[in-house]
Design a protein around this ligand. Structure first.
Ligand code: SAH
Length: 367
């Protein structure tokens, strides 16, 4: 049997499989492939047990339950370890526990904790999901990288964050940003598969255009992404207008320098004709001067892009602080003056605002 990366797997997480692979699994147990679509639909609706899958024959349900009990397959479970809810705007931060990765052959850790954030916008509900448990990119201002990388998440584990939040809130999610813990391009194959899973009309049926991937700049993956998923939005974390400062803030710049990154971004816009979002976290006294706004506008001149300014969330371990409101406004005004489209990210859930990655960080000691 050859299922998704099955050579490493002791157990198959059905939520890692697309309908074709589920069909192969169904065939392997003597069932017709069309059952796969039914199971896939149930899994996407958030079914947590085979008993809920009422359009399957009782016999099939029993056999699937036996395979589950025998440790051959799992439905992919997720549990809420911690939850913080905003009283003002409906934002919910989750710390989810995922416990099947080890059995599915993905890594050493038995249970990992990952953060996801559910947000309400005028255009619909959005979720920010994690792509890895931890991160090895080492950005100087970021909480998610402090404990290093524990392991990659599988496509099903990323999907479970979406399904888990839908189940808990009772709301449909129409937009996904892969901007939680982890570097998506460091877990590229699983991200591509996850996106195809949520796009499948038999599942959540999300539009590719409602999905955004954020990268710290793994340059070779940008062209691949343009080819594999040209309709998915790309966000690039820039945070500095030149290589010298960027290398100090983001070690990835030493492997993939800013000039090569910008060149790859230009290539991306030429292939996809799509606007890139550059994220720029404003750090007090570090990257927020008017001279740096000028340098940034020169760097991005003529590039089909949008700059998203984010006042840095303070992470006490890093020693960096966010820019003042005045400095943010001045930086924005200067970019605009220089012909660069920029906005300041609207802050949601400010009453529950522990900086990104901090729920997980405070929980790590307990796992
Ligand atoms: N690794 C990917 C995606 C995860 S990080 C990336 O780097 O893009 C998501 C975004 O949050 C990135 O732009 C990251 O630089 C930013 N970020 C990290 N720590 C932050 C902080 N303390 N305050 C504001 N933004 C932060």
């Amino acid at each position: 049997m050859r299922f998704y990366k099955a050579e490493n797997y002791k157990m198959i997480n059905l939520r890692d499989l697309n309908t074709k692979e589920l069909g192969e699994y169904m065939n392997s147990i003597g069932e017709k492939s069309f059952r796969a679509k039914q199971v896939f639909e149930w899994l996407s609706k958030g079914a947590d047990s085979f008993d809920e899958m009422t359009n399957l024959s009782k016999d099939l349900r029993e056999r699937l339950k036996a395979a589950e009990a025998g440790g051959e397959i799992t439905l992919g479970h997720i549990n809420i370890l911690k939850k913080q809810e905003s009283r003002t705007d409906g934002t919910v931060k989750y710390l989810f526990g995922l416990s099947e990765g080890a059995a599915c052959g993905t890594g050493e850790a038995d249970e990992v904790a990952v953060e996801s954030v559910f947000m309400k916008y005028k255009y619909g509900n959005s979720i920010c999901v994690s792509s890895q448990a931890g991160c090895r990119m080492g950005c100087a201002f970021c909480a998610s990288t402090l404990g290093g990388l524990t392991r990659n998440l599988t496509p099903g584990e990323i999907l479970m964050q979406v399904i888990g939040a839908e189940r808990d809130t009772g709301e449909k999610i129409s937009h996904i940003v892969i901007m939680g813990t982890g570097e998506p391009f460091d877990n590229y194959e699983n991200i591509v598969k996850f996106i195809n899973l949520v796009h499948d009309p038999a599942g959540l049926g999300l539009s590719m255009r409602n999905i955004t991937v954020s990268t710290c700049g793994l340059v070779p993956k940008i062209a691949e992404f343009a080819k594999d998923l040209p309709q998915v939005n790309l966000a690039v974390s820039l945070h500095a207008p030149n290589g010298e400062l960027r290398s100090r803030l983001m070690p990835i710049n030493k492997s993939w320098p800013i000039d090569r990154l910008i060149a790859a971004c230009r290539g991306y816009t030429e292939v996809t004709h799509r606007r890139i979002t550059f994220e720029y976290a404003l750090i007090d006294g570090v990257n927020d001067s008017i001279a740096q706004a000028d340098e940034l506008s020169t760097l991005l001149k003529g590039l089909l892009c949008h700059v998203n300014l984010i006042p840095l969330n303070r992470v006490s371990e890093t020693g960096f602080a966010g820019s003042t409101k005045e400095q943010v406004a001045a930086f924005l005004a200067r970019l605009t003056e220089r012909g660069i489209t920029a906005t300041v990210r609207r802050e949601l859930g400010s009453d529950i605002d522990a900086a990104c990655g901090q729920l997980r960080l405070t929980h790590r000691g307990k796992m």
